[in-house]
Design a protein around this ligand. Sequence first.
Ligand SMILES: [Zn+2]
Length: 272
Amino acid sequence: MKKILFLIAIWPCLLQMVNAQQVGVWKIENGRIESPNSKIDTLGFQYWEAVCSILPNDLLKKYVVSLRLFSDGRNEDLGGMNQMDETVDFWQVDLDTADMNIFSRDSIEILDYTHTLIHEFGHLLSLNSMQIELSDDEIQDPDRGYLTDEGYAIKGSYLNLFVEEFWEGKLLRQWDRICEKRNQEKLADRLYQFYLDHSDEFVTDYAAESPEEDIAESWTFFVLSDQPLKSDIKNQKISFFYQFPELLTYREEIRANIAFIPKSYVENFKNK
Ligand SMILES: [Zn+2]
């Protein structure tokens, strides 16, 4: 997840590595990382252990084939879930070691990187090969559902249902028009304005970047917040996930894995 609005024509979480330093890349096989035999490998091992101790392991085992640690300093890029090829079967988890300091004891820092991890897991959940049908279409065929950069969110997939419920119609048309902008600075400005125009509908400013980011952010608040009592759009997006028993199981699993569950997360969350 990134905290700044940027390039959206390609994959929104694709890391812009201009100022980033690579720490290391490790192969993950069936949810396991090779045993460490150097200091840097130990770090990769410790990070992968930390990821696996928070997130449900079944999807990690099935789809994650690589871990990449990097750093561009605090903030900027926090992490990413990136496709390894043209399919949606193989994914790499990218983490910024400055933003995710697994040795920190600071509860705010821990909550921030826990948010990032859950967010990235939300992409894996909504963009894997059970959810997306690959396509080269550049223009969306409305009969086939919502078109992501990788392909169509299949009928009944989390993302397609989410888009049908919260984006279809005026909002999607407005967002599509903004995304036609080629100039990245203008695009970022327009997207931020788009967020301000609809701030009561999005759980964070970053959620307004695209339906893919919106579902990943809303999923994160579903995991970290209490069940909403309010029924405004923001809270409807959180409540959306309660219809899926398997996601309730993931929610319970993650919440049992984390030491600190924030109070009234959606109400108290501050955009950075
Ligand atoms: Zn993201």
